[in-house]
Design a protein around this ligand. Sequence first.
Ligand code: 9MR
Ligand code: 9MR
Ligand code: ZN
Length: 663
Amino acid sequence: MKNLQRLFILLLFSIQSFASGIFVNQVGYLSNLPKYFYTDENVDSFYVVESTTGTVYFRDALILSVTDDQATGLTLYKGDFTTFERTGSYLIRLSNGDSSFVFNISSNVFENAYYKSLKGFYFQRCGVELTTEFAGVYHHPACHLNDGMLHSTTGDSGYVENKGGWHDAGDYGKYVVNAGVTVGTMLMAYEYFPDKFNQDDLDITESGNSVPDILDEARFELEWLLKMQREDGGVYFKLTRENFSGFVMPQTDNATRYIYQVSSTATGDFAALMARASRLFKNYDADFSNQCLDAAELAWSFLSDNSSIVPAGGFKNPPGTATGEYGDGDDRDERLWASAELFETTSDSVYNQYFTSHYNYSGTISSTMWWGNVKDLAHLTYLLSTQSAASQTIKNNINSGLINYCNSFENSSQQNGFGVTLSQYQYTWGCNSDVLNNAILLLFGYEQTKNEDYYNLALKQLNYILGINANNKSYVTGLGSNPVMHPHHRPSGADGITDPVPGLMAGGPDRYLDDAVLQSHYNNTTPPALCYIDDEGSYASNEIAINWNAPLVFVLGYFNSEGITDVKERGSNILPSEYKLEQNYPNPFNPNTFINYSLPQESFVLLVVFSSTGQLVRQLVNSSEKAGNYRISFDADGISSGVYFYRIKAGEFVSTKKMMLLK
Ligand code: 9MR
Ligand code: 9MR
Ligand code: ZN
């Protein structure tokens, strides 16, 4: 029965996705930001239709965007409905009658997606029970409780207790190098955007403990990582079986797991993470913070004692072992990252010295971060360093590197039908994470320059992941109307539940067809971006992985709070010199509009909307607020057309403006 149901659902989805060819962000669009979709159907116009009532709210022409797109082979037309800001649930209808998947428009459209993507890490937790309370139907008993056995290649023998940490991906292995870029990205999100990543109500075990959940979740991995350090500071490479298990639940996977030899890439990543964690946990847990710093410094001393890569040539699987290799023959970036983080945490000149004399070993940022390249993470930390001894000249160099690289994204995206920042050759194993890591770099570029092109291009990358792609897929389980349903993820495959574990992102198209399933469906004439299949067997296009989810968390979390009311208005972090209440935009306004105001100093603010007869319609702010520029969204649903006024009282300042409501 279950299978039959599954078949019907599948059928439904395939009919829908093939019949339509209308590519929307299936989660939706923030009210105040660009909104667009693409279609490969050559028709002249489109409508934005409310999904529940069928009411048409917006109409415009389609514009030819690209002919014979290199990545997809498609000819694409673009529909733009940016100016349409009304909150609600909609679909796109083309003038030929075809309809898209349903999506939302609202000021918190990414909130649920952000929560799910971070919760995805909770579902990867190992060594603890996933309880019904937090995991719902995906609960399972504690797994992998046996100690790891030191592999003969370590030169040691015996067992080491190392429970905990996240399962790496669709398999149950744990790899320090991959934890590096993953936790590094999560900590980076919190460090630079604490207001966007401070939620403590994510519904994980630690929620409500007054520590932001993103830090709690990262700590789950950090605690495991601490167990991977040897007494001399070196860090073991991985903890896995010799071969991948079958598609079983984790608690039944009981084969011996081995601890593999110490490597300098693992040790460098570890030192960087621990140093960064030490500064971020300082105000939350001083003991843990100190423990992290000690571990980081010990790791650094191992690196100093071993100036060439360990083991020679980089880690390789020994004979008899076939689990993930994360092969990387260059540890310069890991060492550099360690020095940047240790300098930022300790202000010790030794680390500054190391960074300044090594940072430029192959130029500034010119490729995106991933597990094999953490140089960008090193550069970003130094660029944003708060240490007075940090070199301004070097910061300037790094900054121009970042900006040049962001400009190169503008070029690559213009040559891509969906505005993706990948060349046609970059559709490789896990490329969805490259797309989002590019978005992160663009967001840093935006923060540095306030160039909105970077900001909008970052959003485009997220749109691609959530459905504006030729596969018409939301690449994240549990998000959108046509999400990944059959990820290469052992628990999802083994738990007997139709829906996969939610909040996990698939690797995406792999034009190099690195698995048998891809090879049986596609060949070298398949357009690169179409080399994807929602099939459990396709680990090269449909696996999930912690290092792919981390940039998803970053980008969703960043944009999540962009639509939220009463945050500082983006594009204007400069403190205002005077009180101001701006004319609302647009005016006359839609049922959803924005009111901007500025406070030169902390003030008690009362912001109200009242009718032309003086009746209070809505109280928007009634609290003390810090100096800054604010944007409040005013949702006029339920209020009839007419003339209204809005008035601010902030300290001694009083100002009133008129607003027209036209529905
Ligand atoms: O499940 C494994 C996945 O995590 C890896 O990324 C992938 C490549 O190393 O391998 C998967 O395991 C497959 C193995 O390589 C070949 N036999 C089938 C395994 C499960 O699909
Ligand atoms: O993410 C890794 C990708 O960059 C590599 O091309 C691929 C093949 O080496 O391996 C990926 O990592 C896999 C790891 O080896 C084992 N766990 C699953 C990871 C995601 O597929
Ligand atoms: Zn486990």
